[in-house]
Design a protein around this ligand. Structure first.
Ligand code: SAM
Length: 211
């Protein structure tokens, strides 16, 4: 069964207590929404939610928001949250292209991009979540000393991302072409894709960027 076609997923999403259906209404008010002044970390392309749920569990002092465009994938993350009922994580089913409508300037402390879709055709480059078009959006919603953490198995996408970041004026605080055998691996939380690719022996690339 293709996850994208789970019947009723969109309806379940709307009814869930763990999703925000009109996120634009919270623009500039996300700290109020969580009821504290904690930093807010955003994961874009959350998938089935292993990363964000594990992070939220080990960091109760941080509020986490997961953005995912497909209801049927997000459903898996919601099932995990239904079990754990963590007070510091919520999900938004939307496309990342909308983030400027959802978050105020400087409202976000950190962004995670984990195994983002590679969009291999040149003409689709701007859809890559590390393209300069997306970096410009992150530049707006991230606070001044905020950072973007990016992990991928895809070397071509990683090389593209390093170049886009540098051209857009971002600096790389740390970079590795083999995360699991590097000092950057300390405290690393694996995503579903990361588990799959590393089991196949594919090295994982990671950088942390700031501007
Ligand atoms: N991060 C998860 C992981 O590492 O296991 C999932 C990786 S999967 C390759 C990429 C995910 O990003 C998919 O679930 C996809 O639907 C989502 N995605 C891709 N482009 C997106 C966009 N523009 N806005 C929101 N989600 C997006």
């Amino acid at each position: 069964m293709r996850l994208r076609n789970i019947k009723g997923a969109r309806e379940m999403m709307v009814e869930s207590d763990h999703t925000v259906n009109e996120p634009q209404a919270n623009k500039g008010r996300w700290r109020k929404f969580f009821g504290n002044g904690n930093p807010i970390h955003l994961e874009i392309g959350t998938g089935k939610g292993n990363f964000i749920m594990t992070m939220a569990q080990s960091h109760p002092e941080i509020s986490f928001i997961g953005i995912e465009k497909y209801s049927s994938v997000l459903l898996r993350a919601l099932e995990k949250q239904q079990e754990l009922m963590l007070p510091n994580v919520i999900f938004i089913r939307t496309e990342a292209e909308n983030i400027e409508d959802i978050f105020e300037e400087g409202e976000i402390d950190r962004i995670y991009l984990n195994f983002s879709d590679p969009w291999p055709k040149d003409r689709h480059a701007k859809r890559r979540l590390t393209s300069k078009q997306f970096l410009a959006r992150y530049d707006i919603i991230l606070k001044k000393d905020g950072e973007v953490e990016f992990k991928t198995d895809n070397r071509a996408l990683f090389d593209f991302s390093v170049e886009e970041a540098r051209e857009a004026g971002w600096q790389l605080r740390q970079i590795t072409y083999d995360l699991h055998n590097s000092e950057m691996n300390e405290g690393n939380v694996m995503t579903e894709y990361e588990i799959r690719f590393s089991e196949q022996g594919t090295p994982i690339n990671k950088f942390i960027a700031f501007r």
